[in-house]
Design a protein around this ligand. Structure first.
Ligand code: ASP
Length: 438
């Protein structure tokens, strides 16, 4: 049955009501703890439901995606094109971030007192992230490559953070399926095709919860961010206002300039239609802060509303959700320079180039889960020689910036899928015009 109110409107209503309800809760400790105990779990169940199917979805859709491409030469062409666009958009987003942060110099606007206050407030928290980053930090130059190859595929599939290993394994199976005689591969292909169909159904079940899930997520987030002392939060956010503005300007440039140009240049889809088609996925990315959790919806939107063929979407999007993170890399570039500015460090051009390189790699290594971008920022800072303890300076707005950068990540992923589909002749533009708004 067709829902009368469109999905994005229902999600927006859930978000708006969650925001209002969260603010009302701040007036009453009893209501706040009721919300955390009994309403927040609805949001947690919703996110867990989406994450629950992330690994099977990536596995099944990439295997089928690669196998359906049909031959190795087409696979190499599409793979090369996809990775090339990932690299270009990632490097571009970091460069845009660096240009804005160098022009606005938000780090110079932070007073000495505020700097010490922020470090005192978040030092312990920063320590945790740094030691976590050190654990995952590569020791040798080729370690990121080594880490892509799972030593036990069953173990890799037990963690959403090992998605890159799952991606590697799935591509390998897909390629092997192209190489074995059709009859021997048929059963396996048929099996994963079936899994794909089941996942689509399960996503529909989970999405029934979406408006209530985002209501619960936003309401509990407001309560958690405000903590015991909401006025302190305002104070901190105010002190970091220039930093927040810098990151947000960067995100806005990606959303209103870079992606529209990309879409317009490579396809005949109007950006407004693209935007309309992707609205529910963008809002979900914002509410869940996870590209991985949003992946099923991103795939559904590009296929059923933008006319990208399942062949392209099932190959490009699982890869994109794992390694293409334009919002994250822009955020990492801005944050690294902001911290250096605030600490009075001068970054020569060579250090800025180093930021572009390491942030590109860091974005690839960032898992599509909440907060992963901040941990990988430590890797960037250490590579450039900025004290990692500086992340204490940017902890206060982390949650909200995570929500925004995830939205940008998802929009970037969808844009790449449209570009690849269009250049491969796998995009139905007429379909997009008719169904973007559904
Ligand atoms: N939360 C982001 C994502 O899932 C990753 C990050 O922390 O930057 O896309």
């Amino acid at each position: 049955m067709k829902q009368k109110i469109p999905l994005h409107t229902r999600i927006l209503i859930g978000m708006a009501l969650g925001l209002i309800f969260g603010i009302v809760c701040l007036q009453s400790p009893a209501l706040s703890s009721f919300t955390l105990d009994f309403i927040k779990p609805i949001g947690t169940i919703f996110i867990r439901g989406l994450k629950m199917i992330a690994v099977p979805l990536v596995l099944a859709s990439l295997i089928v995606g690669v196998a359906n491409i049909g031959d190795i030469s087409k696979l190499s062409r599409m793979g090369g094109k996809t990775l090339g666009i990932f690299l270009v958009t990632t490097a571009l987003s970091i460069t845009i971030g660096l240009a804005i942060v160098s022009a606005l110099k938000p780090g110079h606007k932070l007073s000495e007192d505020t700097r010490s206050d922020l470090i005192a407030e978040f030092d312990a928290n920063a320590e945790g992230k740094i030691s976590f980053a050190e654990k995952i930090q590569s020791r040798g130059p080729l370690d990121p490559l080594v880490n892509m190859v799972p030593d036990n595929i069953f173990q890799a599939t037990t963690s959403n953070s090992s998605m890159l290993q799952v991606v590697f394994f799935a591509i390998l199976i897909g390629v092997a399926l192209l190489k074995v005689p059709k009859e021997s591969g048929a059963t396996v292909l048929h099996f994963f095709n079936g899994i794909n169909d089941l996942i689509v159904k399960i996503v529909q079940f989970i999405m029934v919860l979406a408006p209530y899930g985002v209501f619960a997520l936003i309401a509990s987030l407001i309560i958690e961010i405000a903590g015991n002392d909401p006025s302190k939060v305002w104070e901190l956010l105010n002190a970091l206002l220039w930093y927040i503005i810098t990151v947000v300007i960067g995100f806005a440039i990606m959303m209103v300039l870079v992606y529209p140009l990309l879409i317009q240049f490579f396809s005949k889809i109007k950006y407004l239609d693209f935007f309309k088609g992707m609205r529910p996925a963008m809002l979900l990315g914002f509410s869940t802060s996870s590209s991985t959790a949003t992946l099923p919806v991103t795939m559904e939107r590009v296929e059923k509303h933008l006319g990208v063929s399942p062949e392209v979407s099932s190959f490009v999007l699982p890869l994109a959700a794992t390694i293409n993170m334009n919002g994250t890399s822009l955020y990492q570039g801005v944050s690294a320079v902001f911290i250096a500015q605030a600490m009075g460090l001068d970054l020569p051009l060579s250090a800025q180039i180093m930021i572009v390189l390491t942030a590109t790699l860091a974005a690839v290594g960032t898992a599509g889960v909440p907060g992963a971008g901040l941990v990988m920022l430590v890797v960037v800072l250490e590579a450039v020689g900025i004290p990692a303890a500086g992340i204490a300076l940017i902890m206060a707005p982390e949650r909200i910036l995570d929500m925004l950068r995830t939205m940008v990540n998802i929009t970037g992923d969808a844009s790449v899928s449209v570009v690849v589909a269009s250049t491969e002749g796998e995009l139905d533009e007429e379909f997009a015009r008719k169904h973007a708004d559904d």
